[in-house]
Design a protein around this ligand. Sequence first.
Ligand SMILES: CC/C=C\C/C=C/C(=O)SCCNC(=O)CCNC(=O)[C@H](O)C(C)(C)COP(=O)(O)OP(=O)(O)OC[C@H]1O[C@@H](n2cnc3c(N)ncnc32)[C@H](O)[C@@H]1OP(=O)(O)O
Length: 343
Amino acid sequence: MMDKALSDRKVKSVVICGHNGKFCGGADIREFSSPLTGPLLIPVIQGVESAAKPVVAAIEGVALGGGLELALGCHYRIANSKARLGLPEVHLGLLPGAGGSQRLPRLIGVPAALDLITTGRHVTAAEALQLGLVDRVTDRNTVDEAVKFALSVADQSPQSRRISTFPCPRHPDLDALFEDVMQRVRQRARGALAPVACVRAVRAAATLPFPQGMERERELMATLFTSGQARAQQYHFFAQRAVGRWSMPSGARWDKTKPVAVHKAMVIGLGTMGRGIAVALVQAGVSVVAMETNEKQLTDAKQAISSMLERGAKRRGVAPALDKIRYSSDHSRRSRSALTGGP
Ligand SMILES: CC/C=C\C/C=C/C(=O)SCCNC(=O)CCNC(=O)[C@H](O)C(C)(C)COP(=O)(O)OP(=O)(O)OC[C@H]1O[C@@H](n2cnc3c(N)ncnc32)[C@H](O)[C@@H]1OP(=O)(O)O
């Protein structure tokens, strides 16, 4: 379709829009764990950007990940006022690997691009306009507005609108900027590879010509793509949504059911986990019977739990709720029924 529009002499300018009010949420994450099919995104975006006629992105709903990278390949971006834009790949253990790490800094500057790419945060259309990420925001029908706009620029060459040809906006002290950002990102990342690779990719945009920057983006993406971290984060994406849908065999769901207040609980086994659970429950105001059959473990746990409660209370400036916890080494029915308040 795109090839047809670009090669048809009667077509003077082109609008790319989404379906059902959404521009594009990005690549299908499920495809990342199987061999890729369909046209590869990088050449598609390059084809759009190098088109001899103006191409306008009509952004409604979301333009995320590969979706925003495609919009960055267009010569103009018109966004609906309710649209959200972002490069959230970092949350999937990746970086914007279809030119996003190279085009975004060229368009909005290095500091703003570092912020968006390393946090993966979505921005509103209003913020996108302020950043220079979009050219125009509309409250009206976005596609109609984009078509009007495309007609108004149909006789203009898109030459000066190709982001890959933009120099990266200059920054007075790039080395200091990247040193500072890298330090903060490493601290926040706590061992995650993707945020650090994102900083390296943006550095390539700031210091290398576009083709070499793209090559660096590709190398960095290759190290992330098959990493265990990326697999885990992508699993987490779907797991989070599956949990949201979880229901009991009776049909009860977490979001449709009234919560029941818990006043008493028993923690069985006072190893590291059990101790932490007991402390968390007491701090939440729950009366706890902490049960451990190993006498030595029980003695150690009493000491550890008391000092955790005291430390926590000191931090919060309150008295430690030591009276909320009772210890037992008796695994008999009697001690269990004491917890549940039964006979
Ligand atoms: C060489 C270069 C290679 C690749 C470049 C490109 C990379 C990418 O584009 S990575 C993907 C980047 N995009 C994202 O991370 C967006 C992720 N999605 C979202 O943030 C949200 O889903 C949404 C804002 C798009 C919509 O939110 P909401 O309306 O709240 O719906 P849900 O989140 O519940 O999602 C509905 C439904 O869709 C599934 N889904 C959403 N996004 C994707 C996706 N990118 N790939 C696959 N599936 C997706 C989501 O799992 C839900 O499905 P289920 O209900 O079956 O769980």
